[in-house]
Every structure is written in C-alpha cells, then in structure tokens.
Design a protein around this ligand. Structure first.
Ligand code: ADP
Length: 201
C-alpha cells in the first residue's frame, strides 16, 4: 500500500510520517519511508542538483523531467518491490506535488505530467493526505531552516501551489485534506482514523 503526504513546506509532513510509521510498526507492519527527489543513489544526486542554488533559471519542464528521472528510479528500486512484498510505503510528497508545484506553481500543463506518469508506468498512491496550512504559517514554521531553492520561492508561488492542492482534492476521492493548524496529536489521530476508514489498516 502506497500512502503519500502532501503539503507546502512546514505543513507537518515529516512529523506526521514519523508518527504514522510508529503506529504501523506497533501493529507489526513493515514501513518504508521515501522522499522525493531522492531515495536511491541516483535520486539523491538528482536531489542535490534539484535543490541547489544556481545562477541559471531552472526551466519548469527541466524540473519535471528531473523529478520524473528520480521518481522512475525510486519506483523501480524501492516502491514496487516493497509493495509486492506487502509492505507499506509512505512517500513524503509524490506525483501530486509535481502537479501542485510545477503545474499550478510554475505553469506546466497538468496533462503533460499525467501523461508521463502514465507512460512511465509509475505506481499511484492508494491514498494521499494533504496537510493544509496557509503560506504565512508555512513561512513562520520554516523560519529557522536554512532554505533550499524551492523554500526560497515567494508567498504568491506557495499560494498557487496551495490552490493546486485544493483543486486536486476537489477532483480526486483518494486525495484528502486535513487542517494543519490543529495540534500534532489531533492531526495524527485524524490521519489514523482516515487510514482505517479508507484503507482498512
Ligand atoms: P514538513 O515536513 O511538512 O516540512 P515538519 O514536519 O518538518 O514539516 O514541521 C515543520 C515544523 O513545524 C517543525 O518544527 C514541527 O515541529 C512543526 N509542526 C509540525 N506540525 C505542527 C502542528 N500541527 N502544530 C504546530 N507545529 C507543528
């Protein structure tokens, strides 16, 4: 089973992924957590290239193709074999993030991303959980971090990303959002209930 967590920076994805993995492990289930870009040797090199500051302007389609190079590698090497063994794979962002960031945020056609995802035959999440916070709160929460290339984008950019995530939620029954302003414990409880209801685990 593949579960992805989505949301803008500082929404609480890593915090909730850690809590959810612990809950699954207590039930005796094997959990693999992956992040993108990255998760394989090739993917981590792509991650460095993707997040590093550069004087050149990154073309949004170059971003999509880099993300998909990493995603294909991750799917073949880690996600598919683990799903085949019956393990739970939790992804810190996946396919929907490309639609929110590169399509809604940077103008790439949604159909292009859907097309290459399909053609590359990459796994699709059984459930995606959006942790929903507004860009202002995101800014406050990540103010202590040394920002990477994506985290340095403008508030307007993050508003467009947020809008993209909301559209995905409207159009997809396997994409569910949770209010990220609630406490860590409350969100964790809601995620547990949601997963039990939707996926029976
Ligand atoms: P992400 O992985 O989405 O970037 P993190 O899980 O790293 O987000 O959380 C970013 C920061 O916000 C961390 O300092 C974390 O402790 C804090 N945080 C996460 N969830 C909440 C919450 N529900 N309420 C308040 N602070 C939170």
């Amino acid at each position: 089973m593949l579960i992805s967590f989505e949301g803008i920076e500082g929404s609480g994805k890593s915090t909730q992924i850690k809590l959810l993995s612990e809950k699954f492990e207590k039930k005796g289930l094997k959990v693999i957590c992956v992040r993108e870009p990255g998760g394989t040797l090739i993917g981590e090199k792509i991650r460095d290239l993707f997040l590093e500051e550069t004087d050149e302007i990154f073309n949004p389609l170059t971003e999509v193709l880099l993300l998909y190079s990493s995603r294909k590698q991750l799917d073949e090497q880690i996600i598919r074999p683990n799903l085949a063994e019956g393990n739970i794979v939790i992804a810190d962002r996946f396919y929907h993030a490309t639609i929110a960031y590169q399509c809604y945020g940077k103008g790439v056609e949604v159909g292009f991303v859907e097309y290459i995802h399909e053609k590359l035959n990459i796994s699709k999440p059984n459930l995606s959980v959006l942790i929903d916070i507004d860009p202002q709160l995101s800014r406050q929460r990540i103010s202590q971090r040394d920002p990477d290339r994506m985290e340095k984008e403008s508030l307007e950019f993050f508003s467009r990303v947020q809008e993209g995530y909301k559209r995905l939620e409207e159009n997809n029954k396997d994409f569910v959002s949770i209010d990220g302003k609630k406490t860590i414990e409350k969100i964790s409880e809601e995620i547990e209930i949601l997963i039990a209801k939707k996926l029976n685990v």
